[in-house]
Write a protein that binds this ligand. Structure first.
Ligand code: SAH
Ligand code: SF4
Length: 374
């Protein structure tokens, strides 16, 4: 009798537990899963035939049952400040082709990789191009962790040498907590000692404030939390971050303090994009200090990055400094985010790529960009 062979499974994006279950399916011991993790993530290997310490029969089983499939790079650019950006091709929800971006920001003593979690975003923040253009689909765990895998390969990571990607931030395109199911396993692989083995302080998830998922994350993961606040009161935040109408500031902050307590974390970072004449006045700084004073909180002020069609402008440098000083005087730690990679449109919030066919599902490009092709 003829039986159809099952299509090969992509091992990229499977957590340790999932890999253990997978190899158990053909009688292999759990330690085989740990060996696979090490080969795939620590050594960046995708070819089973080169995984030399795996038994020959095990490799033969893998060759028919599995593969390691990484997203395809469409192009790459390097900025004058060394920031690198890759455009990755992803199949879109409507069968069309999408491009998402991953950015590497080198700094003395560390290298930060900023990765995307969705194609587009449904949350519609008014100063964000992704929000303005809509949502296409969630990325899979393989497509999320695959961004780290590719960056390591492209940056020439040598398994015996120093780490190049020391920090990962989920601050690219999309709302990570709206794609919890794929983001959680991807983060577990970043933290797993047989995966990328990053410390929990070096993996940061940024959210616009999906309160129920913050409580869920407090139980499931152990990563640094960044929250996109952008306004010190509900009236203004309702306008800038519409999810606030569902989960207002008081509820959001309660979830943040719960997260810190549960995770025994150091502090929550509150991101605050500086919009000229909108949220950058001294009274806003005082109101914000009033909200956060006495808590383990830091504020990161992000100079707004403009994109075509936006009604906002970046606050003046002087206004941003004054805002920071007022926060500090008000007892709240505050920093100003440096704009990196803006000559290749890799800076936070910079539109890059283009919608090639507007009759297709409309979707967005905010932090890094996106192109749609029929
Ligand atoms: N969706 C998540 C994570 C991605 S955004 C979130 O909203 O937190 C990373 C940060 O960039 C967020 O704080 C976001 O509000 C901010 N941002 C969005 N558009 C921007 C722009 N045009 N200029 C500067 N920062 C922007
Ligand atoms: Fe989505 Fe974040 Fe942009 Fe808001 S700021 S629309 S949550 S990607």
């Amino acid at each position: 009798m003829m039986s159809e062979a099952a299509p090969p499974v992509n091992l990229l994006g499977m957590t340790r537990a999932e890999l253990e279950a997978f190899v158990a399916g053909f009688g292999a011991k759990p330690y085989r899963a740990r060996q696979l993790l090490k080969w795939i993530y620590r050594r960046g290997e995708s070819d089973f035939s080169r995984m030399t310490d795996l038994a020959r029969e095990f490799r033969a089983e893998l060759a028919v049952r599995a593969q390691v499939t990484v997203p395809e790079i469409v192009s790459e650019r390097t900025a004058t400040d060394g920031t690198r950006k890759w455009l990755l091709r992803m199949p879109g929800a409507a069968g069309n082709e999408q491009v998402v971006e991953t950015v590497f920001i080198p700094e003395p003593g560390r290298g930060t990789l900023c990765i995307s979690s969705q194609i587009g975003c449904a949350l519609d923040c008014s100063f964000c191009a992704t929000g303005a253009q809509g949502f296409n689909r969630n990325l899979t765990a393989a497509e999320i962790i695959g961004q780290v895998w590719l960056a390591n390969r492209e940056l020439g990571y040598d398994p015996g040498g120093e780490r190049i990607v020391t920090n990962v931030v989920l601050m690219g395109m999309g709302e990570p907590l709206a794609n919890y199911r794929s983001v959680l396993p991807a983060m577990q692989l970043m933290l797993d000692d047989f995966g990328y083995d990053l410390s929990r302080r070096r993996v940061t998830l940024s959210t616009s404030g999906l309160v129920p998922q913050i409580y869920r994350l407090a139980e499931d993961a152990n990563v640094a939390l960044a929250v996109s606040l952008h306004a010190p009161n509900d009236r203004l935040r309702d306008e800038l971050v519409p999810i606030n109408r569902k989960h207002p500031i008081a509820e959001l902050l309660a979830a943040c303090w719960h997260y810190l307590e549960r995770q025994n974390g150091r502090s929550v970072t509150f991101e605050y994009t500086m919009l000229d004449g909108v949220n950058d006045r001294p009274e806003h700084a005082r109101e914000l200090a009033g909200l956060l004073r006495g808590h383990q909180a830091k504020v990161n002020l992000i100079p707004f990055n403009t994109f075509p069609g936006t009604r906002y402008r970046r606050s003046l440098a002087e206004a941003i400094r004054r805002f920071r000083d007022l926060l500090m005087h008000g007892g709240v730690m505050a920093t100003i985010r440096k704009t990196r990679g803006d000559d290749i449109d890799a800076a936070c919030g910079q539109l890059r790529g283009q919608v090639l066919d507007r009759t297709q599902v409309r979707l967005g490009s905010r932090v890094f960009g996106l192109a749609v092709r029929a």
